[in-house]
Each structure stands twice: as C-alpha cells, then as structure tokens.
Unconditional design. Sequence first.
Length: 463
Amino acid sequence: MGLVTDVTLDAIHNFKYWREDNGKHWIIRWRMRILWLDGEIRKILKETNFVEQMNSINNLSNNGRKLGEILDKGHFNVQGNTCMENPELISNTWNGIKEILKSDKNDMERIYGNEKGQEASFNNSEPVHAVININLSDVVRNIQSKLFINYDDILKTINAASFGNFLLVGPPGTGKTTLAMEVAEHIGGRGNYMIRTANSLWFRRDVVGGETLEGGSIKWRAGFLIRAYNKVVEGFINGKATPFFVIIDELNRADVDKAFGEFFTIFRSPDPDDWRMDPGILEEAESYGNSVDDEARKFIQYYKKYGDAPLKLLRIAGTMNVVDMRNLFMVGEALLRRFIVIRLECPTDAGDLSMLLRELSGLDDKDKKLLEQFVAGLRGELNNKDKKGSLCVSPGVVKMAIKLLKASISGGGLHGEKLLDEFINYMKLSMGGIDYISSRTNKLSIALESAKKNLINESRGGR
C-alpha cells in the first residue's frame, strides 16, 4: 500500500528533422514517487534487489491489512483505474491513512528523512531568511541609469529575486543577462553570484554533480548547484546572510531531460520554503569515499551539519531567448513553474537612443532628432507587424550602432540623410546574422530601409 505523491511525464527529445507522420509518435517516459504506507515494504527500500523482494512479499504489515480491510468494505477495486466517489469511503480511507502516518511516524522519518528537522537554521534555532537591506527606488533608478529597461520591469525583477527564483524572457539584446547580474550585485553584494551559460552538452553532473573520469580514475565531482550551496554556507559562516545567485544564461540551450533531473526535486516551486535537497545526492557522493573532489567533500560535511537551511539563501536566475526557441531545446511547464517568469519586451520608442545621444558630441539637435524619429518610427512599425517580438530592434543594437557612429562623426561632414544612411549601416552590422542566411535579419534590413524611406518622404512633404 502506498500513496502516489508525484507523477512526471517527459517527452523524450527526438532527433533532428523528426516528423509526426507515417505512424511515428513521441516517446513518453514517466516517473512516479510513492510514499509506502506498509512497513514490510519500507523495510526493503534500501535493498539492491528491491523489485524481486517486492514481488515476493506475501504478508502485509498490520497497517497494510487495516487499509486493505477499509477498501474491501467499500467494495473498491484496488486494481482498477477507478476514482473514489463514495464520500463515506473517502473519509474512512483518508482517516485510515492518517492513522498509519501517525503511528508509523518514527519509522517513516528513519527511511525517508525528517524534512522538517532539516529545515532548521544554521544555528538550529531560528528559520533562515535572506537579509536584504536596500533602498528599492534608489536601486531601480541606479540600474535604470545603466540599462534601457523600464522602471516596472526592473522593480518586478528585484521583488522576484528577493522572494525566490526568477526567469527573464525576451528577445536578444534587451538586457536580460546584465539585469540579472545587476540585481544579483545589489541584493547579494559584490561578486556574490556565479554565471553559467547553458549548452547542449550539459549533463546532470554539470548541474548537480556526478561521476566523472579524472586523471585515469573515476571520481564524483560537484556540479555548480553543489558549489553554490557551499558558497552560501561559507558566506553565512563569515557573517553574510544575503542571497547567493546562480545565473543560468540562455537556459533553453541545455537539454532539460539530460541536465535538470534533480533540479526539479530541489526547487519544487519558486518559493524557498519549499526547497529540499534530494537525500540521494548526499548518499551518492558518500558512496565514492575519498574519490570525490574538494567541493563534494565540503558539501558532505556542510549538509550533514546544516541540512536544507542554506537553500533558503540560494537564488536561481535564468535567462531565455525567445527568438531562437525553435532552434533550441523545448522548455516545458514543469521547469517554468520553478521560476517567477518576467518578460522583457522590445522597446517601442526611442528612449534608449535619446539617453545615448545626450553623451554624444558632434551632432546638432536637428540630427539627433532625425535619428530619434527614425528609431521610434521603425520600432512602432515593427511592433504593429510582429506581436511576438521576433523582429526586435533591441537597445543592444542601438547602443552598438551609436558606438560605431561615434568614430565616423569625429571627422565631421555627416549630417541629415548621409548621417541616417551611416547609422542604418551600423545598425545592420550590429543586428548579427547575414541577410541571405537569416530570414529574420533580412526582414529587419528591409524594415530599416522602409522606415528610412517613410521618414525622408515625410520630411520632404513637410517642406
């Protein structure tokens, strides 16, 4: 007898050019967690031949028989795929389960671990909470002075980071990675973060830890999450109770099925109060004896002493590029619900350009206004045509184009239409991609020329 506590279904990533015709189908694998109510079954959970012993069990424990009797009285087919509808049967069954949980509490804690006990703080007295002492409005304005992101989006990101894990989603060049780093610096303190760029070669050992071949011998190596756990402990020992950030850039470049298995177990939601380390990770690392790296050795020592408490000071900040999604790995709801998701939209005006032009000498007000009108018109047109944001003239593109333009105007002689042509050329260079390879870049190039034509026609028509 057991309670199913969690069921996960994953679509296995199929090979390139897969087509769902001619009888082909997606392969689904499923995993199920069970809280065994029967003491006889719990006794053999740690055995290597668990499946064989399960099949050989003839007698249920007293608790197992009691629950079986309750179900028999209700004429409930325990082998069928039927839901209970009888309120009396539901009540009696649930009361029976609660009695088992109460009477077998000590044995279950011995087998499964006492999660409530591991929730104790570093000093085993008070719960751990991140200490965040910032002037919110000052921090938002400080970040806004460096990045071309609106006030509300920065505020939402800071609030999300103060609470738990967050994921920044948006087109390239909108400042996702830099915003994550700035928020980590302001909340966690200078240098209190690590950044990793996801890739398709990531496995579980890169994220959490696992077996690896090193120097001709097999050893267990800690992944970046274990290293981050150690950083939190070491910071706390030195009097730092601010969050430590792990920034995972371009999250959807990693294969979720290969890399993030235990991530789902540890981070069950965006809320730190729900986070628990998988006990199997500690057991696995310990089973390698001395054949572990220094970070794994520290983790074994720290976790035995502090348990899950340091996880409350850990923050995972992810970024995800929405433009290249079809060329990258699928990120499902199971992963996304571990984060507070914040979308950074492509600008629809020329506010970022106006800020950049204030510091650019060599242009008169008329030329600056011309460039501002051009960018505002271009973005407005693209926003009307493309609601998904794939055709985005990002702040990053504009910033790079202005830097390139700065060198050109130092010699003088660039004004009006010639200046606009030069600026457009630099924007094309900054967008990345090649016209005849990237359809997106080609569409943006066409939009640039169209916006220029419209602006020139309006200018001439106004005279």
